[in-house]
Structures are given as C-alpha cells and as structure tokens.
Design a binder for this molecule. Structure first.
Ligand SMILES: Nc1ncnc2c1ncn2[C@@H]1O[C@H](COP(=O)(O)OP(=O)(O)O)[C@@H](O)[C@H]1O
Ligand code: SF4
Ligand SMILES: [Mg+2]
Length: 337
C-alpha cells in the first residue's frame, strides 16, 4: 500500500477468561493486519472466537477476562494501553461495529433520528441543520429510499433488513476508518442478506474504509473479502488471499472441510458425493488436545499433530498453522485428498 502505515495490526493477542471449568483462552496468539481500504473476512464455526476478537478491537472484554496480552496497533498506537476516554473516542469515531442482531443493538423507545442525532451530539459540534442533513444522507447511502420516514420511525416499525441498514448507517455516521461487521446478516432472510452484503461491499469500495467482516459462512466471506482469516478454537489457522483461497482451495484441512461442507464447495469434494458436514465437534476450550486442536477431526492427523503444536508455514502471501497443509498449486482448482 505504497508504504502507507497499516491501519490495524494485531500482534499476538490473547484473551483469557476465568470460567467455572477453569481458565480458557477463546482468543489465542491472534495476529493479523488490516490495510487501509481492505476488506478482511474472519471465518470459523460458532465458538471459534470471532466475536471476542472483534470486541477486543473496540477494547471491550467480557466479565472475567484477564488483562489481554499482545498489542492492538491502530494507526500506530496500542489500543490496549490507551486511557479509557481516548479509547471511547476511537471507538466512536474511528472504529465502529455492526452487530448480528440490530434488534438488540437499537434502542426500542427512541426514533432512528434521535439515536443517530445522539451519535453526532456526543462526538461532533455540528449545528442541528447539518446533523439532520447527514442523518438523512447516511440513511440514503445505506439503501433506505425514504430516509425521512425511516428517521421518524421506531425500530419495531421497520423490517429486519431495514433495521440492519439503519445499523449500518449508524456505524458509518462518523466516517470511521474501520467497520467491523459481526455476522450482520444472520437474522435476515437469504435475499435480504445478499442485499446487505452487496451494500457493505459497495460502501467499502466507494468510501475507502476498511472492513473486518466476521461470519461463519464462507460463501458470504467470499463475496466481500480481499483476504481471509480462518479461525479455529481461538486461533487463526490460515491466512490467504481470498481469490486463491476460493479457487485453489484452503491449505488448512479445517478450511477444506468447512468449504466442502457447503453446497458451493462441491468442486472440492470427493467424486462420489459431497461431504455433508465436518465430523466431530470443536473441542472444549478448557480441554484442548496438546498438539493441533483440529487433530481429533482431521483426516491428515498423525502422532506429530496429536502431540506437537503446529507452527506457521508460509507460502506466497498466505500462511497456515498446520503440520501437513494441503499443497495447493497457486490458482488451480484442486480436489480434496
Ligand atoms: N462472556 C463470556 N464468558 C465465558 N465464555 C465466553 C464469553 N464470551 C464468549 N465465551 C466463549 O468464548 C468462545 C468464543 O466465543 P465467540 O467469540 O463468541 O465465538 P464466535 O463469535 O466465533 O462464535 C466460546 O467458546 C464462548 O463460549
Ligand atoms: S496439524 Fe495435523 S491435525 Fe492439525 S490440521 Fe494440520 S494435518 Fe490436521
Ligand atoms: Mg460470534
């Protein structure tokens, strides 16, 4: 990116929580970066640590969390060592998040206008007429054709898709540099979900904002991301250019299993029929195997995998946390082993 400073660089982030079962690390030695204007997809099964990773970037940690380890460098300064007031400023203005459930993120007793107005009042000193203009402009950008009516509505008067568009308008209110969208389409029917994905892509491309798109659904990640981060049991286990990841296929056996478990993954499955789902379950975080966490579910697992933690293997722009990654030729579609 022309030597320009990386917008976000997460280095060895570990978030540990005290639970009844003992200490767990739902985010473990996580490192990745997001460049300016880039869309990065964070994908993995439910419980893999995606949401906690996203919340960490806002400096939000669940009750019972120990002080996080590692660094979260945003425009060069470590969010983990900023004062609470400085962090709140960044959270409002430079990093924003679109949540899975717009219903619970919106205040049911306030109109859309009032909720958006509060954002501008608490972060800017714009005169009311400008605020009004911006609110209507943002709602229009979020694909709401009648912004005036929407702005006067209460959340319950809007459909699920419209509420998510309002959430997006709110997330964009202050022109953030980074938008984190955490499963933004989960509560929506498939047609509306695709519209929202297209909207996020369009806004990101036209505004030059960066997007961290979190999803359990590879087909959604494929639509919006330049780069893919695959997460399993708290760790990122593969990082790849999106085009290579989806054409040559993932190199991590977990990524291949995840892709093959989807209907679109059929080209990566055996000739005798698609794999329906990944066998087995994510191991409990308080009882992870000593070696690779995916070993109990992996067709390639051997004793090395079972007893020795993998290390990163790099190839081209990508890297994979695995002892025996699939050796995909760059760009060529490959059939699973
Ligand atoms: N507040 C919490 N207290 C205890 N465990 C939590 C809490 N939040 C999340 N976890 C655990 O951390 C793991 C990762 O959660 P999460 O980040 O929500 O995963 P994902 O978003 O990938 O589904 C899960 O095993 C979850 O049970
Ligand atoms: S390290 Fe071994 S068990 Fe883990 S994903 Fe790679 S091949 Fe499978
Ligand atoms: Mg989640």
């Amino acid at each position: 990116m022309g030597g320009e400073e990386t917008l976000l660089r997460v280095e060895d982030l570990t978030v540990a929580l005290e639970t009844r079962e003992g200490t767990i690390e739902p985010v473990k030695e996580v490192s990745f970066s997001v460049e300016r204007g880039e869309a990065v997809g964070l994908v993995g099964e439910s419980g893999s640590g995606k949401t906690l990773t996203g919340l960490s970037l806002l400096g939000l940690f669940p009750p019972g969390a120990k002080p996080p380890e590692g660094r979260i460098l945003f425009e060069g300064s470590d969010l983990l060592s900023l004062s609470p007031s400085r962090l709140r400023e960044i959270r409002g203005q430079k990093i924003s998040m679109v949540f899975q459930e717009p219903q619970s993120a919106l205040n049911p007793v306030l109109t859309v206008f009032t909720q958006m107005e509060e954002i501008y009042k608490s972060h800017t000193s714009l005169p009311s007429s400008d605020v009004r203009e911006r609110i209507l402009g943002r709602l229009r950008e979020a694909g709401l054709p009648d912004p005036l009516t929407v702005s006067r509505s209460y959340p319950h008067q809007l459909s699920g898709g419209m509420r998510q568009r309002v959430m997006i308008a709110m997330a964009l209110a202050l022109d953030p540099l980074l938008v984190i969208a955490d499963e933004p389409t989960t509560a929506l029917d498939p047609t509306v979900a695709l519209q929202i994905l297209a909207l996020l892509s369009r806004i990101r491309k036209s505004s030059g904002q960066s997007l961290l798109f979190i999803s359990h659904d590879l087909s959604h990640v494929r639509r919006v991301s330049d780069r893919v981060l695959l997460m399993y049991a708290g760790r990122i286990v593969e990082e790849a250019n999106s085009a290579i990841f989806f054409s040559a296929g993932p190199r991590h056996p977990y990524g291949r299993a995840l892709l093959a478990s989807r209907p679109e993954g059929a080209t990566l499955t055996r000739k005798d029929g698609p794999l329906s789902a990944i066998g087995g379950q994510v191991p409990p975080l308080w009882d992870l195997p000593p070696g690779c966490a995916f070993a109990p579910r992996c067709e390639r697992a051997d004793d090395l995998c079972r007893f020795t933690r993998p290390s990163w293997q790099t190839k081209g722009e990508g890297r994979v946390f695995c002892h025996h990654p699939v050796d995909t030729p760059m760009g060529a579609p490959v059939h699973a082993a």
